[in-house]
Design a protein around this ligand. Structure first.
Ligand code: F6R
Length: 608
């Protein structure tokens, strides 16, 4: 999510850091900062906003140092500001830290080890700097190990210490980082694109390894501080490919980032069979005063809301209506202090959704936002916020934001039921177990052979002029998302229908020239959907069915099947939409479309 750069060597670290941070700018960020060691003192400079602000701030300074760390921030804990920007320092100013990820137990660590400390930011990261000071025994590497032993969560960390000014130490857990090997210099970055101007020799860091960088080279040690041998790889990507992590498009990269994003969305929110949000808490009394919930959003976020309706109604038994934001605000909806309005928005800035939020507030409703962007208009103006922590989404077609929105909705549904002390304990526990399996199961789904299967389907259906998506219940909700994805990036006319509705009109359009993608993973509606699939087959349509692993029936009456691995059936939409994202991607590719920036569309829609 954030960008990290570190340098030690003969050059002036400041220009290497600024240059590296510039290369990470494509990820989008809200503040940046650097820390260097000058005459055994750590000097930190940081600034809210674009990197240009930091450059401006330091342009007349004579910062000269051969060692430093830099950071571009994508806010998670604490809004974008100078104070919350990284690097963060210890109270005595002897340690500086940059961090990517989330330290889940930072509040508990503050209480246990750092009571009485003065903190200058709202971040989880500052705790790490304070702990380094607290645990320091005259040996930087040993101290880092002690700090790592008490941290929970996902992180990449790069740290410097004024008392040992020749080295920097880095480590990672569930968060990427790569080392750059130079002649008389060493580099580290969250992303290889920040290194390419200096070196193409790199080493990859495994979880639990400690990397000690000096100008004489990089030493890697394990938890017991024993030496680990590493292979040096040569990077052959050009700068553009490096930005995309070697993927051809940001969309594909972001599809592949989903397992990591799922981990972040769940991070710190599951405690046994309980859901907890750091951001807010609600009592049964507060929840019970809401007689109705509106979910309001646009586009993909609206489609996420359609799943959210089913989740909240089933788990918390509160009636939910889902509305398109641009419709909602102009139709005088019935709402008051007994209505909760949930707004969903990746960017947190979509004009129609912001307007709907304001309309709801005017009617004295409480507003809960589900968003990706800390400090966005929607996050600032809502009463409660659930961040999806998907990380920056650059492709216009939303993928990882959609699936993490779904996860946020499952967490919310379970949370509302739990706070209301509803009796569905076992059902909630099974859903939470399913959610926890999502990172691993989704990673297994994204294999070479699965991609080959999707590409075969794309070749088969990619030249059609019209494609229908069908499904029932939650399968229909993700069919809608699949059809939006396909039309927006491949420009094929695609529509999604509730499978049972076809025979009320649309079936007239189905011929051998209209392929149908049927989502058949919801067990409760399987038999009925299967009958509808047979109806389209009888009209000679080619059918690709998305099915559950172990389903031996469907393949007998459709043309191609793609399996979704076994997981709790209620959370399966999070996985079942992935082949739909992929098939849209590969069809668009076959048709030579501008995948990351489809015609006529923009990532953040700030006009009504
Ligand atoms: C489609 C897509 C759009 C957005 C919509 C709302 O792939 O990305 O439909 O979902 O413009 O945007 P946010 O979520 O930023 O409010």
């Amino acid at each position: 999510m954030c960008g990290i750069v570190g340098y030690v060597g003969k050059r002036n670290a400041v220009s290497v850091l600024l240059d590296g941070l510039q290369k990470l700018e494509y990820r989008g960020y809200d503040s940046s900062g650097i820390a260097v060691i000058e005459q055994a003192q750590i000097v930190v400079e940081k600034s809210e906003g674009k990197l240009a602000n930091l450059r401006d701030k330091i342009k007349d300074m004579t910062l000269e140092s051969g060692i430093g760390i830099g950071h571009t921030r994508w806010a998670t804990h604490g809004r974008p500001s100078d104070a919350n920007a990284h690097p963060h320092t210890s109270q005595n100013g002897k340690f500086a830290v940059v961090h990517n990820g989330i330290v889940e137990n930072y509040l508990a660590l503050k209480e246990k080890y750092l009571a009485g400390d003065h903190f200058t930011s709202e971040t989880d990261t500052e705790v790490v700097a304070h702990l380094l000071e607290k645990f320091y025994n005259g040996n930087f590497a040993e101290t880092v190990i002690k700090v790592l032993d008490v941290l929970e969560g996902a992180y990449s960390l790069v740290m410097i210490c004024a008392d040992e000014p020749d080295k920097m130490i880095a480590c990672r857990k569930d968060s990427p980082m790569v080392l750059g090997v130079g002649e008389g210099e060493s580099f580290i970055a969250s992303d290889v694109s920040a290194l390419l101007a200096y070196t193409r020799s790199c080493m990859y860091i495994e979880e639990g390894e400690l990397c000690i960088l000096t100008q004489d080279g990089i030493t890697i040690k394990n938890h017991a501080l024993q030496l680990v041998e590493k292979e040096i790889h040569t990077i052959t990507w050009d700068a553009e490919a490096a930005e995309k992590g070697g993927f051809e498009h940001f969309m594909l990269k972001e599809i592949f980032e989903q397992p990591e994003a799922f981990k972040r969305t769940l991070s710190g929110r599951l405690h046994g069979n309980q859901v907890h949000f750091d951001e807010f808490s609600l009592t049964a009394e507060e929840i019970n005063q809401w007689q109705k919930i509106y979910i309001v959003a646009c586009g993909t976020a609206y489609h996420a809301g359609l799943v959210g309706k089913q989740v909240i109604e089933k788990l918390a038994r509160i009636p939910v209506e889902v509305e398109i934001a641009s419709e909602f605000r102009y139709r005088d909806p019935m709402m008051d202090e007994h209505t909760l309005v949930i707004v969903i928005s990746q960017s947190g800035e979509t004009a129609d959704t912001v307007a709907a939020l304001r309309e709801a507030k005017m009617h004295h409703c409480k507003v809960l936002a589900i968003t990706n962007v800390v400090g966005s208009a929607i996050a600032r103006e809502a009463d409660y916020v659930i961040y999806i922590w998907a990380g920056p989404e650059i492709s216009v077609a939303s993928t990882k934001a959609y699936t993490t929105m779904l996860i946020a909705e499952y967490l919310l549904g379970v949370y509302l039921a739990q706070q209301k002390e509803m009796a569905n304990l076992d059902e909630r526990a099974a859903i939470l177990e399913g959610l926890q399996q999502l990172p691993e199961v989704s990673a297994k789904l994204l294999t070479e052979s699965y991609l080959a299967e999707v590409q075969r389907a794309a070749e088969r259906y990619g030249m059609a002029e019209n494609i229908f998506f069908i499904g029932r219940g939650m399968d229909w909700a993700i069919a809608l998302e699949g059809s939006l994805k396909l039309k927006e990036i491949s420009y094929i006319h695609a529509e999604a229908y509730a499978a049972g509705e076809l025979k009320h009109g649309t079936l007239a359009l189905v011929t051998e020239k209209t392929p149908v993608i049927a989502i058949c993973v919801q067990k409760s509606t399987y038999d009925k959907t299967a009958s509808n699939v047979k109806e389209v087959k009888a009209r000679d349509a080619k059918v690709l069915a998305i099915i559950n692993e172990g389903d031996t029936q469907t393949a007998k009456f459709v043309d191609q099947t793609m399996e979704i691995p076994k997981i709790n059936n209620f959370v399966i939409p999070v996985l079942a939409v992935i082949p739909l994202q992929l098939i849209s991607y590969y069809i668009a590719k076959i048709r030579g479309c501008e995948i990351d920036q489809p015609r006529n569309l923009a990532k953040s829609v700030t006009v009504e």
